[in-house]
Design a protein around this ligand. Sequence first.
Ligand SMILES: C=C(O[C@@H]1C=C(C(=O)O)C=C[C@H]1O)C(=O)O
Length: 345
Amino acid sequence: MSNFHTLPLSPTAASASGTLDKSFLNLDRIREELVQMEDSIVFGFVFDFLHATKTALIERAAFGWFLLLFPIHIELALTLSHCNNPEAQNNCTYTPNHENFEFYSPTQSSFLDYFFAEMEAVHAKVRRYTAPDQYPFTTNLPKPVLPPLIYPQLLYPNNINLNARLKDIYIEKVIPSLCKFGDDRNYGSSATKDIDALQVLSRRIHFGKFVAEAKFQDPKTQAEYIRLIKLKDRAGINALLTNLAVEERLLKRLRLKALIFGQEIGDGYTGSDISAAMDETTWQHKKDDGSSGGESDLKKRKLGGKIDPNLVVSIYEQFVIPLTKEVEVEYLMGRLEFPDFKPSV
Ligand SMILES: C=C(O[C@@H]1C=C(C(=O)O)C=C[C@H]1O)C(=O)O
């Protein structure tokens, strides 16, 4: 099971490691954190296709030795593999009041919601959701039993939480693109992986609040943000905060990561297999004439990749980046309700 990974925002942690200062709202610093999260997410998707059959939790635990080969933040990624059996979406776990799960209170809509409610209730008691980078999927959670940590106030007080949207997109779009229709009855395992995947994706999209505050603090653009906020011009705000160069670099990097993370590193493998088959400026497959943009059929190129890099890129392009920007826009739309707010550490 993954531990919840939060930023070193508590003063104790920060002062001990000296990591937190005003520069935390520096855009480059925040982008570094976003890159770490993309490793977790990409690696997780790849592992959806590694196992021939769904692994029970105990087998997944045995799989832990593999983590020694990867940085600790990849550990989160391993838990991202939802349906390790590509033949099994286990859709009944998302279906409200499905007959397979009559044992629990009928007030919970689906097995996944039930699992979320049970787990997030305990996490709320240990004050997980007082951290400014952690957002629950369940409402009406219990109060913490631990005394509050005094976090630095980097964001104005807000209740922006897009997890309901994220969950719907994950169920309706992401899972069908990773797993075929089917049921292998490993409901607890697949729901566990869904929850870990959704939590990492949730942290990623809600990081948009830190990005938005950092952009708002930029003296070069603050007046324009204020003008657009007063006009309630969401499209104008979205256009101003959009950085296509960053997005393009990110998507190209993701494609390369999906290529590399998905490789069978067998005997005699040479990294040059990838550069031989790929256009290194776009990481798209070379066509037979050597030009870029060939279909991403890793198997045909004998690279043995476990996932189509285009699939990973499209999940980010269609869902992760737009939801992050939506969080940024909503955060900025409420920013002038706290005109005197200044981020403090
Ligand atoms: C996160 C940022 O804001 C926007 C969203 C991005 C994303 O979700 O990856 C990347 C660039 C921007 O269009 C940023 O500027 O880094």
